[in-house]
Design a protein around this ligand. Sequence first.
Ligand code: F6P
Length: 360
Amino acid sequence: MKRIGILTGGGDAPGLNAVIRAAVKTAITSYGCEVLGIRDGYDGFLNEQGIIPLEMKDVSGILSRGGTILGAANRGNPYARKVMRNGREVTIDVSDEIVKGIQRLKMDALLVLGGDGTLRIAHEFYLKGAPVIGVPKTIDNDIGGTEVTFGFDTALNIATDAIDRLHTTAEAHHRVMVLELMGREAGFIALHAGVAGGADVILIPEIPFKFESVIAKIRQRVAHGSSFSILAVSEGAKPLGGTQVFSRGGDEIYVPRLGGISQVVGEYIEKQGFETRVTVLGHLQRGGTPTAFDRWLATRYGAAAVRLAARGGFDRMVALRGGQITDVALEEALAVPRRVDLNEDAVITARGMGISFGDE
Ligand code: F6P
């Protein structure tokens, strides 16, 4: 193994730099291998300044830094790229150009740090001849084949801290506080932070909710002497028989942007006579210093990805199973997205303690 590349695709997640650092250090120290960084996801293969050498000095001091030193792009669908041709905007497929770019650089492996979209593209590029290896990244924790993605723990801690802070002001003002959390179609952030922060109601995409059940829980709390309530709401949550709420529609470049369900829920609650405030935590969940767990996981993933590359384990993704780092075929990891399992102990524990999911 003489030369490997690393790229970070999709939305950023805390721990990306820790993966890059571990991969560069392992590649140079253990294999005497050259490392190239690809800027702004797959886009880096399409422009001259898109490829940069990564040496030990380049990864010094980045372990605890959020974001990614390589930049990321989540409008990077290589099959539908908008470009100007003869003064007109047209959509073209640049996937072959990217694969040729990978091959031209004579990389023995390309480590792709990404969520499901970026990893799906990596798998397709493998079928076109690129030696890809995946590393599962996302705060949403929605990738199959692994127990956890890096970035999730940091988002969870930020969300839990937000719930803690809402608690004190909710109690002081006898209010209902609705906190909207990220996660797309997976409710892990709201579920875990809701339990860790002591939320009274948790609404997640996996359990469609009824407005009346949410109100019943708030009323029950008032009847038991608690004049405030906290709701942790996934951005992808939806009412039974209703639809998700989007702040922006999608097109061939962008996926639709979820957002606004907390406002809908908050307005309903207020109409029932409970003073309510809504907070959307947004990108605070993705920014800043990764937790120790995410640094530890990201470091193990980065080093394991290089070892996998040295073994020629292409079209595979490093994964955590039973606390051990292993690897799975990308196709297997992408076959079934990870969602909250309603029969697992997290949901059972929450229900058993009286937390409402708005469905009973
Ligand atoms: O997938 C990570 C994530 O933060 C989701 O939780 C959220 O829906 C989305 O990305 C936001 O994307 P953007 O950064 O493009 O607004």
